[in-house]
Design a binder for this molecule. Structure first.
Ligand code: ZN
Ligand code: ZN
Length: 419
């Protein structure tokens, strides 16, 4: 169902502010810069505002690329089996070309994250794999932080119904809107200033972590006794950062994490997930894995174990880690107590790790490093990048320095040091 402004059960002034923040803070869109935006049709009221804000900020050309939940389902219901190994490589090549020519990228998330939950898992994973492979040329520019990019969220009706199945549709959408607006920090009248403050707090945190030069992190908690080596010349970051094209942007709105690159060969011990993982329409719960030499050598889940094992087997890098992120348990998203079934929100509720591709920008002078140099420093590569949560109020984290000395980083899920 496509809603008009008149159908929306929330304050449209807040939606205007969210669009303004996404364009000004999220993208840092430059005068004359082109923009490619992907969005589901359910987010049209927001997309229209983003496009208007972009042109107001001096955009050259804004190109929206729409998807539609019903159209996606039509493929699963009607397409021949061969269809599920196909992906629009031509489109992604074109996107990569636009990025090379200087365009920025925005992705709006709004659909029900569980849209494909009832479809054939084999088809879902084949289509996902084909899409990941075809998307590679465009993803490389984003993962390599060549361009300014941003993901922002809009309270789509079906997503809201998924999160609040017991509420009437309108109430559910109002509730999700409220949660997104609060997490996206657009509640007060000067959200751009609010974001400057938030980015400052994140910067103080990653500056401290960079000064410590930890060699590894040690996690302890229920089901977790886990040591994770950090990559050589790793760099912590979070909040606003500068893309290789010189533009300062906030890739994720909301964001609460500081993160860096682990060493793909140095992870040891058991780690237990503290929240469910929603992956391509499946819910994976009760994840417990054991690492040896950086690789997952044992994996269990109380629900969705087959999907989880398939994910690990995607390629060699999928069984190793490409990201480690710290988020205090008291972050506003965690405090909301909601499960969004969407990584943009759920990963910002808790400390997490990600299997798969690392971010080259999490290395000192990362922009100048070749793929081989990144690999030599311990950076991981994979077709996937999947985050899952390992933080809670019961998890402690120590930083271990090269000389073996330990510094408390988190206690009971909160930062151990006031900055
Ligand atoms: Zn993360
Ligand atoms: Zn991640």
């Amino acid at each position: 169902m496509i809603q008009d402004d008149a159908d929306l059960p929330f304050d449209l002034a807040k939606l205007d502010r969210l669009a303004e923040v996404a364009v000004k803070v999220g993208l840092g869109l430059q005068e004359g810069q082109d923009l490619v935006v992907t969005a589901p049709t359910t987010a049209l009221p927001f997309l229209r505002r983003v496009v208007a804000q972009a042109y107001r900020a001096g955009a050259g050309l804004v190109t929206p690329i729409l998807s539609d939940a019903e159209i996606t389902l039509a493929r699963y219901r009607e397409a021949k089996d061969e269809s599920f190994d196909k992906a629009p490589g031509w489109l992604y090549k074109g996107m990569a070309e636009a990025f090379e020519a200087g365009a920025a990228r925005m992705a709006i998330v709004a659909d029900d994250p569980m849209l494909l939950a009832d479809e054939d898992p084999g088809k879902v994973s084949r289509a996902g794999r084909a899409n990941s492979a075809a998307y590679q040329p465009a993803l490389a520019k984003i993962a390599g932080f060549d361009i300014n990019w941003n993901i922002a969220a809009y309270p789509g009706l079906d997503w809201a119904r998924r999160m609040f199945p017991d509420l009437a549709a309108e109430e559910a959408q109002a509730k999700l809107a409220e949660a997104i607006f609060a997490a996206s920090r657009i509640e007060n009248n000067d959200p751009v200033a609010e974001w400057a403050k938030h980015n400052g707090a994140l910067k103080a945190r990653w500056t401290w972590l960079n000064e410590q030069r930890f060699d590894a992190l040690h996690y302890t908690g229920p089901g977790t006794d886990f040591t994770l080596g950090l990559a050589e010349d790793h760099k912590w970051k979070g909040g606003a950062s500068e893309a290789k094209n010189g533009v300062i942007c906030n890739p994720n709105i909301p964001t609460e994490e500081v993160f860096t690159t682990p060493d793909r060969n140095r992870a040891e011990g058991w780690v237990r997930a503290t929240k469910p993982l929603s992956h391509m329409g499946a819910i994976i719960e009760g994840i417990e894995v054991r690492f040896e030499g950086g690789r997952i050598v044992e994996a269990k889940a109380t629900r969705g174990e087959a999907v989880f094992k398939e994910l690990i087997a995607t390629d060699e890098g999928a069984s190793r880690l490409g990201e480690v992120a710290l988020v205090p348990h008291s972050s506003p998203i965690s405090a909301s107590g909601l499960l969004y079934y969407n990584t943009l929100f759920d990963e910002n509720a808790s400390c997490h790790i990600a299997q798969g591709q690392c971010y080259s920008d999490c290395f000192l002078d990362g922009a100048k490093l070749s793929k081989e140099e990144i690999a030599a420093k311990g950076g991981n590569s994979s077709l996937i990048h999947v985050d899952w949560m390992i933080g809670s109020s019961e998890v402690d984290i120590d930083g271990i320095k090269a000389d073996g000395s330990r510094v408390p980083v988190m206690r009971g899920g909160e930062w151990a040091h006031r900055l």
